[in-house]
Design a protein around this ligand. Structure first.
Ligand code: PHB
Length: 392
């Protein structure tokens, strides 16, 4: 072959080596904290998201799913910067993730104005599916008030009358305590006191526990997550409070992510959450089996939300033939998806874009195998947020 023909043949080979139909991948930006106080939560979600795409589809309508990660550090300014980079530089089609309500609040306007669909896998910031809702922001996890508001009447029904509240001092902690206070006082209860330690690595909860003790409530209700949750529960027990003042919590206090590292110190804790690993349905059994096989430990509520998000995205993409040129049609497809997931029935409320789901009230008990587990006492089915605040 002479040189000219060789070059021509090479050109043909290169051009036609790419099949004409090879479609662009669907690019998904994964915005999670991989460092900082919520780093463990973000990593848990990232793993379960991968497991979800492996389970429900790594390729839809001829397009592969490509994930691009960015570390928010759970800091609002960093989260906003990373959201910008994913949209402008990486040109992602969709965004998935966000653990902190503060980060969710910081990225809201940018994502809304960019018109890039964002699937929130954790951050419960009430405003994002309430007064600051957006057609582009869908939440597959929970809203802060959705998780907590069942606990006021429930504890009152068990005879508790004076509650002491404690939570991280940022939007999530404040919103959860607002929802608890509203629901507990509406049921006839009173608030004995409230304390808000800063988000992050609190060195010592003792100053707060001293105030709690002197307020002499008959029950405590708290929100803490990540490593500080383990620390808080340990100090509450070490202070000798557990036997006199029962501890109730937004269930991340005894998350499946770390309950194995907790023991007798959380025995008896009441918790309210959208998932516990013991839920008896086929989808949860499949999720837990796959999670255990791949990661060597039980899947958590953080993981479940990410895993379900993969299923929602795959199903909605399939419904539009993976064609994202009409993003509003894609969002309509999102509203059309419903399934039974590990948490129970899963669907997105078109009035708020927040998930409608069961909420589980449980109590931590010593298990027969040693260690402790959360045993479900009550289920609040199909909890959905009032649509009042949201106009899309
Ligand atoms: C939140 O910031 O919304 C948040 C963070 C961690 C949790 C729950 C909620 O475990």
């Amino acid at each position: 072959m002479n040189k000219k023909r060789f070059v021509a043949a090479l050109f043909t080979a290169v051009v036609f080596a790419v099949p004409a139909a090879a479609a662009e991948p669907v690019k998904i930006g994964v915005l999670l904290p991989f460092s900082g106080v919520y780093g463990g939560l973000g990593s848990d979600q990232e793993r379960a998201l991968g497991l979800g795409f492996d389970t429900f589809g790594r390729s839809v309508g001829g397009r592969d799913i490509a994930l691009v990660k960015a570390d928010t550090e759970a800091k609002p300014a960093v989260g906003l910067q990373k959201a910008r980079e994913l949209i402008l530089r990486d040109r992602v089609d969709l965004l998935v993730g966000i653990v902190s309500s503060a980060v969710a609040g910081a990225v809201r306007d940018y994502v809304h104005n960019a018109g890039v669909p964002l699937f929130i896998t954790n951050a419960g910031n009430d405003l994002l599916t309430g007064a600051r809702c957006s057609p582009w922001i869908i939440r597959t996890s929970f809203s802060n008030s959705q998780i907590v508001r069942g606990m006021g009447p429930w504890l009152h029904g068990r005879g508790y009358r004076r509650a002491f509240l404690m939570a991280f001092d940022y939007s999530a902690g404040r919103q959860m305590m607002d929802a608890f206070r509203d629901s507990f006082t509406a049921a006839g209860g009173a608030i004995a006191g409230e304390e808000y330690p800063p988000l992050g690595q609190v060195q010592d909860f003792a100053p707060y526990l001293v105030k709690l003790k002197s307020a002499a409530p008959d029950v405590t209700f708290v929100f803490f997550a990540g490593p500080p949750a383990i620390k808080f529960a340990r100090e509450y027990a070490a202070f000798g409070l557990s036997s006199d003042i029962p501890l109730a919590a937004a269930g991340w206090l005894t998350s499946a992510l770390h309950i194995d590292r907790q023991g007798g110190e959380v025995d008896g804790v009441y918790s309210i959450l959208n998932y516990v690993p013991s839920i008896a349905n086929a989808e949860n059994a499949a999720f837990q089996r796959a999670h255990q096989a791949r990661f060597g430990r039980a899947g958590s509520e953080y993981g479940v939300a990410a895993y379900d998000t993969a299923r929602l995205i795959v199903d909605a993409l399939a419904a539009v033939g993976a064609d994202l040129s009409d993003k509003r049609a894609f969002l309509r497809a999102v509203h059309g998806v419903s399934f039974n997931g590990p948490r129970g029935p899963f669907r997105i409320d078109p009035a708020t874009n927040n998930i409608i789901q069961n909420i589980y009230i449980s109590q931590v008990r010593k298990s027969a195998r040693g260690g402790v587990t959360a045993e479900v006492l009550d289920v609040l089915p199909d909890m959905r947020d009032a649509a009042g605040g949201c106009r899309m």
